[in-house]
Design a protein around this ligand. Structure first.
Ligand code: SF4
Ligand code: SF4
Length: 330
């Protein structure tokens, strides 16, 4: 994706821009021309056919190479709070949205924003916690929070599997919404906190609801999570994470400049689009379409959750985790 500005624009809901061919790097122009030769085209199509004949691991078209580590990470992070509460360990206190870790304050960035706007004052501990959490998630990728820590992500991923299975039987279909809705709701939730003096978003956020339910036990708020999951299974694929959640968007802002990225390599790509089928935010993979990549290597945009599913799905290794500015594979 072209630079921070474009990454940011797409994060806010803009459609990825299609660049003119003469704006591509010389290497990218040569690579597209090479791939367009009749012999190369034939070879590419034969490879895709071969690939399609291979038995798929599941209807989600992906393996569990990264997923098993992500799920373990989500369970571990959230279990830490549960165990600490039950055994009164006091090393970790609170929930995922606001906690104390070895006495050190930690605060989810969006929760901190909501609290500050609602109470209209800056609390030093909240600032310390926000900066600490911000640096941590910036270091590992921004929206990495979503796919490696958020408890709702795990439940929603299972709902997505059900959605894909039902869709594969043609019993249901996805009803995509306008992605700009998330940016609008971001402002609405911030405005509501400021005007009402109450953190309205926190009371409907499935992240906080699920996190608190795991630690302190379920309540009536879980009914709302059930409604969201019903929508995600039967109507709109990944409704909350794609179109609503301001937490994901806040971490996305950090992801624009995070050192951990997913990198795309044009020469290795067959353009069959397996990656886009599994991605929570397929607009960040626009460059994988034929004749779209403006350079031979490109970093995936800030909305990427670093979940690794495209890496698992890509049969030719054209997508990989990288440290920005290094050749290093993670
Ligand atoms: S978008 Fe929100 S609910 Fe979805 S995984 Fe990220 S933080 Fe969790
Ligand atoms: S681009 Fe890849 S790593 Fe990023 S969210 Fe999509 S599937 Fe996950």
């Amino acid at each position: 994706m072209r630079g921070i500005g474009e990454s940011f624009r797409v994060l806010l809901g803009g459609a990825p821009r299609k660049q003119k061919r003469d704006e591509f790097s010389k290497e990218a122009q040569e690579m597209h021309a090479f791939k367009g030769q009749p012999e190369q085209r034939k070879e590419r199509i034969a490879k895709i056919r071969e690939e399609m004949e291979e038995p798929k691991l599941s209807f989600t078209h992906t393996s569990f190479k990264w997923r098993k580590w992500r799920w373990a990470s989500i369970l571990l992070i959230n279990l830490m709070f549960v165990v600490s509460f039950y055994y009164d360990v006091q090393l970790v206190e609170g929930a995922l949205t606001a906690s104390r870790f070895f006495g050190f304050h930690m605060a989810d960035l969006n929760s901190a924003l909501q609290i500050t706007l609602a109470h209209k004052q800056i609390v030093v501990n909240l600032v310390i916690g926000t900066v600490t959490v911000g640096i941590l998630w910036w270091l590992v990728g921004g929206r990495t929070f979503c796919s490696w820590a958020c408890p709702y992500h795990l439940i929603s991923e299972i709902a997505e599997m059900m959605h894909l299975w039902l869709a594969s039987k043609t019993w249901i279909k996805d009803h995509p919404l306008d992605r700009r809705m998330r940016a609008v709701l971001y402002v609405v939730f911030a405005g509501l906190a400021f005007v009402t003096g109450y953190t309205v978003f926190e009371s409907i956020s499935p992240v906080g609801i699920v996190s608190r339910a795991l630690i302190y036990g379920g309540g009536v708020a879980l009914t709302w999570v059930g409604v969201l999951l019903f929508i995600e299974v039967f109507l709109i694929r990944r409704f909350w994470c794609r179109y609503v959640c301001p937490i994901g968007m806040t971490y996305g802002f950090l992801g624009t400049v995070s050192p951990v990225i997913v990198e795309y390599t044009l020469p290795d790509c067959l353009h069959e689009g397996e990656c886009r089928k599994v991605c929570l935010v397929p607009h960040v993979l626009e460059m994988t379409k034929k004749n779209r990549a403006e350079d031979t290597t490109l970093s995936i945009g800030a909305d990427c959750t670093r979940c690794g599913m495209c890496i698992e799905a890509c049969p030719t290794g054209a997508l990989n985790f990288k440290l920005r500015g290094t050749g290093g594979l993670l």
